[in-house]
Structures are given as C-alpha cells and as structure tokens.
Design a protein around this ligand. Sequence first.
Ligand SMILES: Cc1ncc(COP(=O)(O)O)c(C=O)c1O
Length: 395
Amino acid sequence: MYTVDDNGYYGKFGGAFIPEMMHKNIEFLKLKYLEIIEAPEFQVHFQSLLRDYVGRPSPLYFSQALSDLYGGKIYLKREDLNHTGSHKINNTIGQILLAKHLGKKRIIAETGAGQHGVATATVCARAGLECIVYMGATDVARQQPNVEKMKFLGAKVIPVTSGNKTLKDATNEAIRDWISNPESTHYIIGSVVGPHPYPDMVSKFQSVISEEIQKQLLEKTGKANPSKVIACVGGGSNAAGAFYHFMDEKEVELIAVEAAGKGVETGESAATTALGNLGVLHGAMTLLMQTEDGQIIEPYSISAGLDYPGIGPLHAHLFDSNRATFVNVTDEEALDAALQLTKIEGIIPALESSHALAALEKIEIGTDEVVVLNLSGRGDKDMETYLNYYKQKAQ
Ligand SMILES: Cc1ncc(COP(=O)(O)O)c(C=O)c1O
C-alpha cells in the first residue's frame, strides 16, 4: 500500500517529470534498477561493504536518560556512528555500485549539510571515479568542515549562487549538469526525491535501517515492532529508511519531523506539510512550498540538511493518507535538544537529528511504549553553530 507502483507513484505523488535530455538515463534506470540492485551478486557486494566499510549494523542504544525524561523506553538508532557520520553513506554505497555497473566515469551530487557530499566523495575515492558536488553558497559557508573533507577526498565542490543558495539550488545545478552530460555521468541523488526511480531506489538502500531495528528490537525486547519510530525529514531519506519495514505494520506510529525554522507562520520555515500543496519539484509530483502561481517559496532552516521546500513523494503520500504524523520543530527547539542530548548522553547530534530529538517534547509517550528515534548523524559539522548559539544565550 505504501510501495511505489509501476509508474513510480505513491498514491498521487511521484512519477518522472523530466526534460527530454534526461529521458534516456531515467528510462534506462526505470527499466533496469530493480534487476540490477536485487541481483544476488550486487546484494552480496552491497551487504559486505555495509558491514566492513560502513560499520553496520549501527547500534540500537537504549537511552535511560531520555526514557527518564520523556517516558517509555527510548532507543536511539545510531546512524551517527556510520563511516562519514550519517545515514547518507548507505545510499551512496548502493549508487556507486550501480554507477560502476552502468560503466559511468563521472559522478555528480548535490548536498545541503555536506553529509551526502562527503559520503559521495568517499565512495568515489574508493571507486576511483571523478566526483563533482554542487552545494549552495550559503551551505558552503555554514558547513565548512564538510567542504574541506570533500576537497581532501578529491571531489570538486562547486558553490551555487542562485536562489537562496541552499539545497534546492544545488539540486537544480546538478540536474542541469546531468542534462549536459547524460552519457558519461551518474547523478547520485542524496534523498528520496527526484524522478522515479530515485525515491524508490534510495528508500531501498536506506531500508537497512529499519531491517536492523526489527532484528535488534526482537533481540532486546522480544518484539520486533516498536510503538513509535521518529525521524527528521528534509527530503526524507533517513525517515524512509527508518519507516520502511514498518509502513504496513499498523500498530507502529510513524512520526516525521520537519524544520519549522523561525516558526511556521514567520515566512522563514521549511515545514512543507504545514505550508505546502501539490506541485512538481525536481522531477516529481509532491507537496511543496509554492506561491499561488507555482513559484517556489524559498525555504529556511538553521539546519542545512532540512532547508528544502518539498518532501519526497513517499512522505507526501504518508502524510496525505494519514499514515504518518508530521510535527515541526523550530531552530531554537532543535538547538536546545542538541545541548540536552550532549549533556545527558555524551552524544553530540547533527542539527538535522536534533529536530527529531526535539519532537520528544511534543508527543505523548505511554509508560509501556517502545520508541525508536533515528539519530541520523553526528554533530561535528555543526559545532560552530552550536557554540555561537550557546555563547549568545549566555550573554
Ligand atoms: C545528518 C542528517 N540527517 C538528516 C538529513 C536530511 O536528509 P534526509 O531527509 O534525506 O534524511 C541530512 C541531510 O543532509 C543529514 O545530514
């Protein structure tokens, strides 16, 4: 019910709205992606790299401290402990194997927080492929450590100065590049966005997260299903991975957390389900923030990875069908949640993941409930933002 149909739709969301020049690449992927990524040799290679290179399975950590504060039994799925520091590597490992299979020599990617850029530069270094990463100039400035890492790994980082110089604009440039270089190049999209088959393909590569949660919970609690799964949503790849094996399990509540920025009603927000409606963005029919005549409203969030005016079509469908509950969290609430986790657990979370943590304040958790929160990444890249915020607060 929540899987993609043959035409690439989740309910009324999805599809492939693409210019003619992308048609050959997308059509080929559409026909072949399942055959390629589900082949036993591909899966053996993919699984061995997830284990030995990424360091999977990532731990499922019981947080006594969060459980004491918010009730129930709260577990953190530690995607922050993956090689390169977030869930993004699960997808780039899969897509680089696909690119190799297709004989591509050149890889392009977009990035917001830089985590997908670093994960792409990493797998390109390993595979010996040229890597070009498009990144909004605003994000280049606010995520410097990741920019340096990408360059050190051999990638070329191209700052994008159109729009409000963030993730949407970087994605536009990457699509333009692909249109100009359709033969040589594979585009590693970093989230469950873009034309079919990307949302499904990226969800499948990320689904290892919920596959592991089920096994780990069964071992730890005797039951594979939690009461709630919580994840932040930019485009929605970590949430898609964390929800994947629970989507048809009705007793599991799926909680998606969007960035409210300075507040949903302030005009500086990225809370798509609160502010958006049906439209086409980056090749897919989905929910997006737009004016009455269809111009994109520039999104805002302090978190570079959540600063996007849309959500992937799977999430639009989960919202539209009331399967998932969407909540939103402001910059300030996320920053406070980051400090809280740091102080009570000794774990510095990524700003994106801190939005999921702040949602704990906004939901009811019963004493017997088991809650899994996907800690999508670590906060090394956000230290400057954190330090500035707490310096300001102390004044
Ligand atoms: C740590 C982390 N979490 C979450 C996200 C949001 O992306 P998605 O919604 O695709 O998981 C990002 C994006 O850069 C990220 O770096």
